[in-house]
Design a protein around this ligand. Structure first.
Ligand SMILES: [Zn+2]
Ligand SMILES: [Zn+2]
Length: 387
């Protein structure tokens, strides 16, 4: 959990640094593309496409940050984040095609042995890209540490990868200028393969997400730990998650003490839900089902209250026994436990109460379907208030 800064402040800081990264990528894309085309460096063109891939992933992140706060509507009850997944699929395909295209051209140039000589000023562009990207890495990783945003941390490391990519481009152009003209195309091929890989990974992740893939084992372990740390939770089963955009939804069954009231069970579920949303960054929502026992292998369906009440009523009347004030039913795996509450009759002895209890139990035993146990609770009559 993040102490010190609020969720909204975290969101603002994340958004600011992401927009800064996106702005830098726009500038770098155009400078590199222009430099590559007019300065005859295919390595720089490949690096421009790399910047474009970063720009598209930045836009995906901005989109996610903006729309994750958008409430679900009637047509999209699970929110709008799947649009982001579709965008990622399109982006991934686009990058893969571009990476393959640039790589193919580089290979062709290497086979034919016909290279253009890059202009010396293209070196400055590569140097500028290295400095810009390394600075962005430093700024972004600092914000990511402060806000503990996993997505932003990934983004920061991507900036550093870009800086390294531009270092390779710098070496390629420098090498070409120093008399090894093929180096520019070799570097173009390397960077093109990087772009191809980014495209394939992005596309594959999106496909997995569309197929309702769950969270990683580590994330599941973290969720289990948070749930089991909540008061009143005895155990959990059927924990399921699925990713939607940058966030995930969880479903889980909790086991609580079987004799708890419905409202107390609901309170436990609410506390667990709030704890999960606070402590597990990826989770956007959790659906929690309260169980009295582990019903993973399917629960037993026992007769409803109306049927039980009818039989109990008949049995008690047949034996001339008093009807209960209040009946609580506990449906457990082995059967129903009926808890009957009576006002304590005046001037009764302990022995007569015990006798009454036995007669009530005898009257119901074997008559109520699925009956496991009958408990009788005696309640003191309310003392009349002095007037
Ligand atoms: Zn509820
Ligand atoms: Zn269950």
């Amino acid at each position: 959990m993040t102490e010190g800064i609020s969720r909204t402040e975290r969101g603002k800081q994340n958004m600011r640094v992401t927009l800064m990264g996106a702005g830098t990528n726009v500038v770098l894309f155009f400078i590199k593309l222009a430099g590559g085309v007019f300065g005859h460096s295919s390595a720089l063109v490949a690096d421009a496409i790399h910047s474009l891939s970063d720009l598209l992933s930045d836009l995906g992140l901005v989109f996610a940050m903006h729309f994750s706060s958008q409430p679900p509507d009637q047509e999209h009850p699970y929110g709008h984040e799947r649009f982001e997944t579709l965008a990622a699929l399109a982006t991934g395909s686009l990058l893969a095609v571009n990476g393959a295209g640039i790589g193919y051209e580089a290979v062709q140039r290497l086979i034919v042995g016909h290279y253009g000589m890059p202009a010396s000023w293209t070196l400055y562009i590569a140097a500028f890209a290295i400095i810009a990207k390394e600075s962005l890495y430093q700024i972004t990783i600092r914000v990511a540490r402060r806000t503990r945003s996993a997505a932003l941390r990934v983004n920061a490391w991507d900036h550093r990868t870009d800086a390294i990519s531009s270092v390779i481009v710098f070496i390629g152009i420098g090498g070409s200028l120093l008399g090894a003209p093929y180096l520019d195309s070799v570097v173009a091929l390397i960077v093109a393969l990087m772009v191809l890989r980014i495209g394939l990974v992005t596309g594959w992740e999106a496909v997995q997400e569309l197929a309702d893939r769950g969270l990683s084992d580590e994330a599941l372990a973290a969720i289990r730990e948070v749930i089991l740390g909540c008061e009143g939770v005895r155990d959990l089963h059927l924990l399921k998650t699925r990713k939607i955009g940058h966030q995930a939804l969880a479903e889980v069954h909790l086991q609580v003490m079987p004799t708890l009231s419905v409202s107390e069970g609901h309170q436990i579920a609410e506390r667990v839900r709030i704890a999960l949303l606070r402590q597990v960054d990826e989770l956007a929502d959790a659906t929690i089902h309260i169980d009295s026992e582990n019903d993973e292998e399917g629960g037993v369906v026992l007769p409803p209250r109306s049927e039980i009440e009818k039989v109990v009523c008949e049995c008690l009347l047949a034996r001339n026994l008093p009807l209960t004030e209040q009946m609580t039913l506990h449906y457990l795996k082995n059967g129903v436990v009926i808890c009957m509450r009576y006002h304590l009759p005046p001037a009764e002895t302990f022995a007569s109460l015990q006798d009454m209890e036995t007669r009530l139990q005898d009257a119901l035993q074997g008559r109520v379907p699925g009956l496991q146990q009958v408990d009788v609770v005696w309640q003191l009559p309310k003392t009349p208030t002095a007037q």
